[in-house]
Design a protein around this ligand. Structure first.
Ligand SMILES: [Zn+2]
Length: 357
C-alpha cells in the first residue's frame, strides 16, 4: 500500500491535501457567523482524514446542528463548545449527505439528547444505511490499517513520526467503534422548522454532488449552509450529477443570501466561488460533450479542456500549485468522467468508483 494510493482513497472520502496535524477530540475553531450562529471547524485527523464543518444555530427554544462531524470524538468537542454558549438542548441535527465526515459523529448528540431529531433527505438515509458503508469498507478494513502499519514501521527509525502515528491510530480507533445513527426524519423537497425565533428551511433541489443533497436556508439571516454542494476552495466532484448539479446551483444562486457556508473551509461572504464553480461546470458540460463527440476519452478531454479553464481556476485557487492540482483532479477530472457517464445513459443513485488516471 503506497501513500499516494491511500491519499487517493482518502480524497474520495472528501479530503484535500492536508497541512495541519489534528488529534481526535481537539477543540474545533469557532466562528460566529451571525448572532447565535456558529461555525465549528475541526482540524484534520493525522494525515488520513479531514473533517466536515459543523454549524450550530442557537435559539431560545433549542439548537439545530447542521452536520455532525466525522467521528464521535470530534462531535463531542463541538458539543462541549455549544454547552458553553447555551443551556438549551440540541433538538435537531441535519445531515447534508452520506460522506462519513458529515454524519459519523451523530451518536454524541443522541446520547446527550435522546429525543434529538435527525433529519436528512430520504435518499441519504437509504445511502447511509447500506451503499455508503460498503463504499467505506475497503478503506476502513484494508487500506487504513495497511497505511497505519507502514507509518508504524517508518516511525521506528523516524521518531518524529510518532505524533502522526498516534493521530492516525486514534482516528482508526474512532472509526472502528463508531455507533452509526441514521436519520429518523426524512423529507423529499422541503422541510420547514420553526425553532424559537428561527425560521429554518431544509431543502433539496435535486441531485448534485450526491443524490440527496440536503441544505439549509435561513432567510431572515440570509445564510446558506450548503454541505458539499460546493466546497471552499475546491469542489469535490466524485460521483456527482453534472447537468442536475448545475441546475441545483442555479436555483441556490437565486436565493437571497449574503453568506454561504460550505462543507469544508471558511464561510464565504459573497457568491464569487459559487458562480465561478458553476462556470467551470458549464465549460466542462459543453466542452466534455464536444470532446466525446470527437472520440476523445475522458483523460484526453481533460488535457484538451484544462487550459481553457485557467482564469476560472486562478479565481478559485489563487494560482497556488497544490490547489491547482486539486482543482484538476477533484473537480475537472472527476466531473468530466461523470459528464461522460451521463452522456452514456441516465445516472443511477449508486455511488460510482473513483476514476483512475
Ligand atoms: Zn465533505
Amino acid at each position: 500500500m503506497t501513500r499516494p494510493r491511500v491519499i487517493a482513497i482518502a480524497a474520495a472520502l472528501c479530503l484535500l491535501p492536508l497541512t495541519s496535524l489534528g488529534q481526535v477530540g481537539q477543540a474545533p475553531s469557532r466562528t460566529e457567523l451571525a448572532p447565535g450562529i456558529f461555525l465549528f471547524s475541526t482540524p484534520g485527523y493525522g494525515d488520513v482524514g479531514l473533517d466536515g464543518n459543523s454549524i450550530a444555530v442557537l435559539s431560545r427554544d433549542g439548537v439545530l446542528v447542521f452536520d455532525s462531524n466525522g467521528t464521535p470524538g470530534a462531535s463531542a468537542a463541538v458539543l462541549s463548545q455549544i454547552r458553553t454558549l447555551t443551556d438549551q438542548p440540541v433538538r435537531w441535527i441535519v445531515n447534508s449527505h452520506w460522506h462519513w465526515d458529515h454524519w459519523y459523529g451523530t451518536e454524541t448528540y443522541q446520547q446527550a439528547f435522546p429525543d434529538v431529531r435527525v433529519v436528512s433527505h430520504e435518499k441519504n438515509r437509504q445511502l447511509m444505511m447500506g451503499p455508503a458503508l460498503a463504499f467505506n469498507k475497503p478503506f476502513l478494513e484494508e487500506q487504513l490499517p495497511a497505511y497505519i502499519q507502514s507509518v508504524e514501521k517508518r516511525a521506528v527509525d523516524t521518531p518524529n513520526l510518532k505524533p502522526l502515528l498516534e493521530a492516525d491510530k486514534a482516528f482508526f480507533d474512532q472509526k472502528k467503534n463508531v455507533h452509526l445513527v441514521f436519520p429518523n426524519i426524512t423529507f423529499s423537497e422541503r422541510l420547514t422548522i420553526e425553532l424559537g425565533e428561527r425560521h429554518i428551511e431544509v431543502l433539496n433541489y435535486g441531485r448534485g454532488v450526491t443524490p440527496g443533497d440536503t441544505f439549509v436556508y435561513l432567510p431572515q439571516e440570509r445564510i446558506l449552509l450548503l454541505g458539499d454542494l460546493i466546497v471552499n476552495p475546491i469542489t469535490f466532484a466524485l460521483s456527482g450529477y453534472p447537468t442536475e448539479w448545475l441546475r441545483v446551483l442555479e436555483k441556490v444562486d437565486a436565493l437571497d443570501a449574503s453568506m454561504i457556508v460550505t462543507g469544508h473551509g471558511a464561510a464565504l461572504h459573497d457568491k464569487t466561488l459559487l458562480r465561478t464553480t458553476m462556470e467551470v461546470f458549464r465549460v466542462l458540460l459543453k466542452e466534455g460533450k464536444a470532446a466525446k463527440a470527437k472520440g476523445l476519452d475522458p483523460d484526453q478531454a481533460k488535457e484538451a479542456i484544462f487550459p481553457s479553464l485557467h482564469d476560472l481556476m486562478v479565481t478559485i485557487t489563487g494560482d497556488r500549485p497544490p490547489l491547482n492540482a486539486a482543482f484538476k483532479s477533484q473537480l475537472v477530472d472527476w466531473y468530466l468522467h461523470r459528464v461522460y457517464e451521463e452522456l452514456d445513459g441516465p445516472l443511477t443513485d449508486a455511488i460510482s468508483k473513483i476514476p483512475v488516471s
